[in-house]
Design a protein around this ligand. Structure first.
Ligand SMILES: [Zn+2]
Length: 329
């Protein structure tokens, strides 16, 4: 009678099973995010020294990195610089990862030119600006910006006519550029009936900048100096009759909206039409006006804007201050 022994459970089989289990655990669990989600801070700067309609500058802070959309006018640069220094704090040089110029008018591009030149305060790593312009005045600003960037080694990227161009600004911040959809001359001939000044056409050809961070419910849209004609065209181009993804990219999830043309108007005749565009399409939790109360172009429309959109939705930058998200500092 042969003695039968129970075959012991193979050690190697056991080890193999253990290895497989560990491998499954390692490969099957989702990779945890290295960092926790963070919310951006948007600083809407008052770039004027007194009352007036002096331009726009929006500083974006995300995970201790800084980005700028428009820089206010060049002749008021020191005030803008000091506000940014007060926001960032410390005595170190401030690095701006990217600066975006919505259009080549002095009250938006001027401050960026000075900032690039001011290498004792700032290092501007990258500048984006519209490629073309309609007037020699604006072309001169482009030339000045480009030569300043070249001199200090700032990268510059001119953007052609855009169609929802996505740009990665680094460190978790991205923007999508909407428009302009026409060149200056195309606009001029298509909308000849509007009889717009060259300056107003350039306003209407502002690049619309939508800012995204990992907090997708906190998005910001900056309309440059769009008047209602430019806003209408952007909405027609990116929303009406187009696919839902396109529409959602443009109009979806907007928490903050910087009013076109600082919230100022040189004429109030179209304000009702414009407010309808905001109410129907460009819905934001808060609308930011960087034009001041004492400015006549602001005052004549302010009550209409408040009545149209609701006082609780309007944020206005007061003299010498800035707004951090919804809080005036
Ligand atoms: Zn402006």
């Amino acid at each position: 009678m042969t003695k039968t022994t129970k075959k012991p459970f193979s050690l190697s089989l056991l080890l193999t099973a253990a290895f497989l289990l560990i491998a499954m655990y390692v490969y099957c669990i989702p990779v945890k995010a290295a960092t926790t989600p963070a919310a951006p801070k948007y600083y809407f700067l008052n770039v004027a020294t007194g009352g007036g309609q002096k331009g726009s500058a929006t500083l974006i802070e995300f995970r201790s990195k800084y980005y700028l959309v428009d820089g206010g006018p060049g002749n008021l640069y020191k005030g803008t610089r000091d506000k940014i220094k007060a926001i960032v704090g410390g005595t170190q040089k401030i690095t701006i990862e990217a600066a975006i110029v919505t259009h080549n008018h002095s009250d938006h591009i001027g401050g960026i030119i000075e900032m690039v030149k001011d290498t004792s305060t700032f290092t501007v790593k990258q500048v984006y600006r519209p490629k073309t312009t309609g007037t020699s005045v604006s072309q001169n600003y482009i030339n000045e910006l480009d030569s300043a960037c070249k001199k200090v080694g700032t990268a510059i990227k001119p953007l052609s006519i855009q169609s929802m161009e996505p740009l990665n600004l680094g460190y978790g911040v991205g923007v999508r550029i909407f428009g302009p959809t026409l060149t200056f001359n195309q606009w001029k001939s298509k909308y000849a009936n509007l009889n717009e000044s060259a300056s107003r056409i350039e306003n209407n050809l502002s690049m619309v900048v939508k800012v995204y961070t990992s907090d997708y419910n906190n998005n910001l849209i900056i309309l440059g100096d769009l008047h209602y004609e430019g806003l209408k065209r952007a909405i027609e181009t990116y929303s009406l009759g187009s696919d839902p993804i396109c529409k959602s990219l443009f109009l979806g999830d907007v928490k903050y909206c910087v009013f076109g043309h600082h919230g100022a108007r040189t004429s109030s005749k179209n304000i009702a039409v414009e407010l309808d565009l905001y109410k129907t399409y460009l819905k934001a939790d808060k609308y930011i006006m960087t034009c001041q109360k004492t400015n006549i172009a602001w005052a004549e429309n302010y009550q209409k804007i408040v009545n149209g959109l609701g006082a609780n939705k309007i944020l206005n930058v007061t003299a010498g201050k800035w707004i951090v998200n919804s809080t005036v500092k």
